[in-house]
Design a protein around this ligand. Structure first.
Ligand code: NAD
Ligand code: IPM
Ligand code: MN
Length: 347
């Protein structure tokens, strides 16, 4: 029997509750499949930072290397640790070090979930560039505190980085409804986004079967609300992809529904699976976090590991649960009740 080694990083706040929920569901899914999941949990988090002065040990990345995948909850506890410290100390370095350049975020309405727009048939796939662009961490501040202070944050876009994420987007569009929306802001940003548009046009000739359209990020935000049925696969830079995926989450009914996979397509390092949402300090400890995004992310992990049947079973169990109205309305059901319902739907 095949055993997959999974590193669990529950992190902070509701990250812990939803990771527990996802792990319970994945455990049950593996027992009815013919594989096993061996989990090792690491307490790397803001609590860990307060005790040790770092978000993870110096050899943290090395430790994770030997796993088949990483399942993460959420990172961040801004009341005690600045976000710029916690996220740059744990989540973002993993995405970069493991070259998880394709962040896949599916947004669709689950059965029984009304969603704010009543957007019947809402079903898009966002592909977010995950290792460079606006998140490159290049820049600095001079004359700190003075009237003439300047802060610079440089976005770095490489041909290799842009080409590979666009290619990934074209492939996804080909496997779905054949439509790719490339999202930029090339009317205002004249270097990086013009570069991105040029590469999009060049690659388009290799994918004549994919209908590709370039949109500006502002117009895309409006289109996602006004005409979401006109969209299929969206590909965007790191920051733009971050923003439109919280919008996608909202349209699908709330942040508790949005799953994500940080994929290293070449499989040269582990991929990482985590909900789109954060640690939700406002509802942490209340037991009302929706675990569906984390469970769905777990299904994406099974799919990535090659356990397609188990992945489909988990998705079917999520859908059976929301179809019964359980977990469909944010805040109405407890985390535990939703998890129990998914577990029992799993049979
Ligand atoms: P957030 O996603 O944590 O919360 C935004 C809103 O959505 C809150 O009102 C919250 O209660 C609600 N929400 C989020 N997940 C939910 C769920 N599963 N069920 C029900 N409601 C849910 O965003 P934020 O408040 O901007 O960030 C809080 C912290 O999390 C910050 O430290 C931030 O940097 C961090 N963060 C981490 C990640 C990550 O680890 N991937 C992602 C986003 C934010
Ligand atoms: C996400 C989060 C992170 C991001 C933050 C917490 C750094 O918002 O995964 O969407 O912007 O990538
Ligand atoms: Mn985000």
């Amino acid at each position: 029997m095949k055993t997959y080694k999974i590193a669990l990083l529950p992190g902070d706040g509701i990250g812990r509750d939803v990771t527990d929920a996802a792990w319970a569901v994945l455990g049950k899914a593996s027992r009815s499949g013919d594989f096993a999941l061996a989990g090792t949990s690491y307490p790397w988090s803001c609590d860990y930072y307060l005790q040790h002065g770092t978000m993870m040990p110096a050899d943290g990345i090395d430790t994770l290397k030997s796993f088949d995948a990483v399942l993460l909850g959420a990172v961040g506890w801004p009341a005690q640790v600045p976000d710029s410290v916690s996220l740059h100390g744990l989540l973002l370095p993993i995405r970069k070090a493991f070259v998880q350049y394709a962040n896949i975020r599916p947004h669709r309405l689950l059965p029984g979930v009304p969603g704010p727009l009543k957007a019947n048939g809402f079903d898009i796939l966002c592909i977010r560039e995950n290792t460079e662009g606006e998140y490159s961490g290049a820049g600095g501040r001079v004359h700190q505190g003075a009237d003439n202070e300047v802060a610079v944050e440089t976005s770095i876009f490489t041909r290799k980085g842009v080409e590979r994420i666009l290619r990934f987007g074209f492939e996804q569009a080909r496997a779905r409804r054949g439509k790719l929306a490339s999202v930029t802001k090339s009317n205002a940003q004249k270097y990086s986004m013009v570069f991105w548009d040029e590469i999009t046009r060049t690659l388009a000739s290799e994918y004549p079967d994919v209908e590709v359209t370039s949109y500006h990020i502002d117009a895309m935000a409006a289109r996602m609300v006004m005409a979401p049925e006109s969209l299929d696969v969206l590909v965007a830079s790191n920051l733009f992809g971050d923003i439109i995926t919280d919008l996608g989450a909202a349209i699908q009914g709330g942040l508790g529904f949005a799953a994500s996979a940080n994929i290293n397509p070449e499989r040269s390092a582990p991929s990482m699976f985590e909900p789109v949402h954060g640690s939700a300090p406002d509802i942490a400890h209340l037991g009302i976090a929706n675990p569906i995004a984390a469970i769905w992310s777990g299904a994406m992990m099974l799919d990535h590991l090659g356990e397609k049947t188990a992945a489909n079973n988990v998705m079917a169990a999520i859908e059976a649960t929301t179809a019964r109205g359980i977990g469909a309305i944010p805040g109405k059901d407890k985390t535990e009740a939703i998890t129990t319902a998914v577990l029992s739907a799993l049979g």
